[in-house]
Design a protein around this ligand. Sequence first.
Ligand code: TRP
Ligand code: ZN
Ligand code: CA
Length: 447
Amino acid sequence: MSLPSSLRMSSTVALAAGLVVTAFAPGVQAVPALPDAHAPAAVTTALAAPDLSLTNVKAHLTQFSKIAADNGGNRAHGRPGHKASVDYVKAKLDAAGFTTTVQQFTSNGATGYNLIADWPGGSPDQVLFAGAHLDSVTEGAGINDNGSGSAAVLETALAVSRAQYKPAKHLRFAWWGAEELGLVGSKHYVNNLPTTERSKIKGYLNFDMIGSPNPGYFVYDDDPVIEKTFKDYFAGLGIQTEIETEGDGRSDHAPFKSAGIPVGGLFTGASSKKTAAQAQKWGGTSGQSFDRCYHSSCDTTANIDDTALDRNSDAAAHAVWTLSAGTTAPPAGTVFENTADVAVPDNGAAVTSAVDVSGRTGNAPAALKVGVDIVHTYRGDLVVDLVAPDGTAYRLKDRSGTDSADDVRTTYTVDASGETANGTWKLKVQDTSAQDTGYIDAFRLTF
Ligand code: TRP
Ligand code: ZN
Ligand code: CA
């Protein structure tokens, strides 16, 4: 990949903590920049999603298994094991700072529950949504179907909280009730969502059966951006995926799709049999169902392929992070820095080093920190100004016939509150006396 020229010399990446990492492209010399060369702006990148802990995901499965065991062997709609599952997930989310809502509905004469969790923040008009059904069939505990998706979505949400992730989009998570009765809970949710609220949902990601014991790696063939996000993730792990074909519309993404919302999701297979070609690329047993315990009593914690569960959980977190990131404003305290050296000609014209400030709103700080590193053999020669984007100059240092020390390495504080923050700021340096010379080593602004 070829970099844009502005980034070729060095790219400065502002991290959340306000740290700055300056990376030089290999083989590129830090030559003195042209006097007016624009420095790379601080580039905020979407922080990478955390690698979810398989141990944590499996701990949720263990709890779902216990809940089923304590409640007549299942977590089905209208049975106490479903409500206990809702209570378990809700308690984790409440403790992690989510705003949770339990939406009730009636199906088959029994009360059903959808659990919705909102992560505070993000654009209210841009919602990224991830969900899984939390009910099982009555035949068993439903650990692969769908403890697996429920646990992955829960662990993704908890990872958002641990990271105190501040995505551009608003994040919402849901654990649906009565999926096994015909997508009842998710249909209820979508049908009761006002049109304006529906239009805010920019994507719905579904996770239903993602730890099948003889797994395939299936990606829903729906919204192309969501699909590509998942496919790219697996490609990065060197795993080939296939399009999900074991029944389009057989899970909770269907009502969202019907409402015109972009959807996607992951699936490791149900009762269909793995082909020889699939066993070739994914391992496992050809001629055998992806999940021989689908909808039966043996869908227990033993009915999980750990590797598939781990990869799919990580893919869920990756998609949630990636699809919600957008372009975020750099956090306060971001350092915008130009470390390209600029020669200061002896007794010559002024030269500048520039940084492009972007992503800020309003004016610059009243106590703007201006870091100046100039290497010089007689700093009294130097006149140094900070030049705002509109050309206003702030004198940082005058010349002095008696200051014979080397170098200027200091941080000035400038009241820049009258200046718009965004734009190209320059450090202007002029050497006003003959003999001694030097160069601008670095120029940085902390916003
Ligand atoms: N819970 C779904 C069901 O019982 C499982 C399933 C079957 C599925 N085929 C699917 C989920 C395809 C997603 C995609 O129908
Ligand atoms: Zn299911
Ligand atoms: Ca000089």
